[in-house]
Design a protein around this ligand. Structure first.
Ligand code: PMP
Length: 395
């Protein structure tokens, strides 16, 4: 039966983790992961999450199936977080479904879009989170990319990006990173977003905003600003939300997909189609993680605690960026390190090439992705000097 089944390629990042785990070097550092670690190198369990779980344990509930679109209060809380007190929310023009993390949200959206228009092209950033291409291809689309990262400036090639959007066929789906671009750490500035929104609007493109790091860049509102620009433009668009990082709830698979429509009636039809996609994939979502997030977002005390803890994670990342830049300079690095503090979020495109990244692994036990991506959120005062010393030696 399976004689003709080929071995699928290994996930590059999970493969790196396996290699890291097998490395006997006691001083090894894993900067390949897409996970936030605290100052002790530990995955945090947020206090707001602990308190919500404690309250849930004290009043245990039987667990019936959830509705296909998830916990209603969760969907409402996501809408409020992502779209604020906007007319679209008030008018009921947004269809939101609970999803299995940001990945699940992207897949539900991709499946819906494929049902709507199977011939549409999909554009992702070059480079992008490696799963974007695979997700949209597995939904049946042909995926190409728009220019994004410019190695010369270590920033965004905005002209190239906008130029590509202006050439795109109407109906093309454009996957955009709301903030904390994965893998480069390079984000669009407000004026750049204006140009992107204008191109999407004038070419009748479909924006799909992937927001996997809200609150990890400059703040909850600041990181969500792109969403509001699209709201103001009055176009229909998609937003996928992930709480994996912002709640440190990676394994609970908590996310959501929201589709902004023209009217309440249209949102009702779109929601009915989203529910069909969910029903035929996994029927309905799980309870626990989304209940935690609902309770935190809707309780004033837990919400304040979450915002505080999120600010703490964000602040620590910024501190590590500044420290990395300073210590590279102090260690005699000749490279311009200013880009490290200009970047946002967990990742930094370090500028190192694949051969240099390989040397980092083989000679120093410092694991990053061959593209040069390192996870700044995995740095701490205990490992940063070893990383800096290794980077200076291979650069
Ligand atoms: N989009 C981007 C840009 C991401 O970096 C990630 C996570 N690495 C996701 C989506 C997926 O999020 P989740 O883990 O919640 O599925």
């Amino acid at each position: 039966l399976f004689a003709a089944v080929e071995l699928a390629p290994r996930d590059p990042i999970l493969g790196l983790n396996e290699q890291f785990n097998a490395d006997p070097n006691p001083a090894k550092v894993n900067l390949g992961v897409g996970v936030y670690f605290d100052e002790n190198g530990k995955l945090p369990l947020l206090r707001c999450v602990q308190q919500a779980e404690q309250a849930m344990a004290e009043a245990p509930k039987a667990r019936n199936y959830l509705p296909i679109d998830g916990i209603a209060a969760y969907d409402a809380a996501v809408q409020k977080l992502v779209f604020g007190d906007s007319a679209a929310v008030r008018d009921g023009r947004i269809a939101t479904v609970q999803a299995l993390g940001g990945t699940g949200a992207l897949k539900i959206g991709a499946d819906l879009l494929h049902r709507m228009n199977p011939e549409a092209k999909v554009l992702i950033s070059s480079p992008s989170w490696e799963n974007h291409r695979a997700l949209f291809e597995s939904a049946g689309f042909v995926v190409s990319s728009y220019p994004y990262y410019d190695p010369a400036t270590r920033g965004v090639d905005v002209d190239g990006m906008v130029g590509a959007l202006e050439q795109a066929a109407p109906g093309t789906i454009v996957v955009l990173h709301a903030c904390c671009h994965n893998p480069t750490g390079c984000d669009l500035l407000p004026a750049d977003w204006d140009r992107v929104v204008a191109a999407v609007q004038s070419r009748n493109l479909v924006a799909f905003i992937d927001m996997a790091y809200q609150g990890f860049g400059d703040g909850i509102a600041e990181d969500g600003a792109a969403v509001h620009r699209f709201l103001e433009a009055g176009v229909g668009f998609f937003v996928s939300t992930s709480f994996s990082k912002s709640f440190s709830l990676y394994g609970e698979r908590v996310g959501a997909l929201s589709v902004v429509c023209e009217s309440k009636e249209e949102a009702g039809r779109v929601l009915s189609q989203l529910k069909r996609v969910v029903r035929t994939n996994y029927s309905n979502p799980p309870t626990h993680g989304a209940q935690i997030v609902t309770n935190v977002l809707t309780s004033p005390e837990l919400r304040a605690l979450w915002e505080d803890e999120l600010a703490g994670m964000r602040g620590r990342i910024k501190k590590m960026r500044a420290m990395l830049a300073e210590r590279l300079q102090a260690a005699g690095s000749t490279m311009d390190t200013s880009f490290i503090t200009r970047q946002r979020g967990m990742f930094s495109y370090s500028g190192l090439n694949a051969a240099q990244m390989q040397r980092l692994r083989d000679e120093f036990g410092v694991y990053g992705v061959d593209s040069g991506r390192i996870c700044v959120a995995a740095l701490n005062e205990g490992n940063i000097d070893a990383v800096v010393a290794a980077m200076v030696k291979v650069a």
